[in-house]
Write a protein that binds this ligand. Structure first.
Ligand code: URA
Length: 284
């Protein structure tokens, strides 16, 4: 099994700091420091966080997702009524789903976006990361989390041995958003937009069958869990979506504005990593 290469070098650290993004999640080895044994922050989570699976307050999909995929109907033939549309989406394979998202005009964002942002990463990944919605850079590039928040997300993932370039399912991630289209001016997603986009995300989860979902920010947490509770209340518990464990944490964009909460996110990441039994990456 190939291990992902550690990409956070001292050089990377210097330029992320130069961009005003540092200090990020930096492994001690990168700074030339010894890792304390045992690392005090690595596994404190079971004391602070109780990894019991609670009954999901899950917004159920309109029909049970099926892992068996039938070829997708052409996007133009997706039925217009919500239930029939969700059922058609729930039968799609990856190719049909991606084409369907690109062709989607189910809400007003379909006409203001530059392009839809479907998701990226390995489709064999054990980890699924769900964010809120594409921003300006994502809308331009067609890829999730490629702006400033994406740089921070990469560093967060790397700190727990994950790498979005990896093909090794244990270390790979699949990254997507609640909304596939950018809300103009990066405003918050609106309820009808979340509702129209939900079947796409549900089908992505059903096809990927991740071992764990990391929901970043309140829109991801609320749409997956069907809850309106604040992030502070949702953190530290294993929730579930379609039987798949869900861990909630703060969104990287929030963290850029509130770096003091980095310690909380680190605990969430360790909690998730312990749950997924992902092995730490050895330094090069
Ligand atoms: N914020 C998100 O939630 N998703 C992205 O893809 C980029 C920024």
């Amino acid at each position: 099994m190939t291990k992902p290469r550690a990409r956070l070098t001292p050089q990377t650290l210097l330029w992320t700091q130069a961009l005003g993004l540092g200090p990020l999640f930096v492994r001690r080895e990168v700074l030339g420091e010894q890792r304390p044994q045992p690392a005090p922050e690595v596994n404190p989570t079971h004391a602070v966080f109780k990894p019991e699976v609670v009954k999901p307050e899950v917004a159920k999909p309109l029909s049970p997702p099926s892992r068996r995929a039938s070829p997708a109907p052409p996007a133009a033939s997706i039925p217009a009524t919500d239930a029939a549309r969700a059922e058609a989406i729930a039968r799609m394979d990856w190719a049909g789903l991606e084409a369907g998202v690109q062709a989607c005009r189910a809400c007003k964002l379909g006409s203001s976006r530059h392009q839809a942002v479907f998701g990226s990463g390995s489709r064999q990944a054990h980890w699924m990361i769900v964010g809120e919605a594409p921003g300006a850079e994502e809308d331009r590039q067609g890829q999730p989390f490629v702006g400033a928040a994406g740089l921070l997300l990469d560093a967060m993932l790397q700190a727990i041995g994950l790498d979005r370039q990896s093909d090794d399912p244990e270390h790979a991630v699949y990254i997507t958003n609640v909304l596939k289209c950018r809300p103009p001016g990066n405003r918050n997603p609106e309820p009808d937009e979340v509702a129209q986009c939900a079947p796409w995300l549900q089908r992505q989860v059903a096809l990927l069958q991740p071992h764990l979902i990391l929901a970043l920010g309140r829109f991801a947490a609320h749409s997956l869990l069907g809850s309106n509770a604040p992030i502070g209340q949702l953190r530290g518990t294993v929730h579930a979506f379609e039987g798949i464990p869900v861990i909630v944490s703060y969104h990287p964009a929030y963290l850029l504005r509130n770096p003091a909460d980095k310690a909380r996110v680190w605990r969430d990441l360790c909690f998730a990593r312990d749950l997924a039994h992902t092995k730490p990456v050895q330094p090069e």
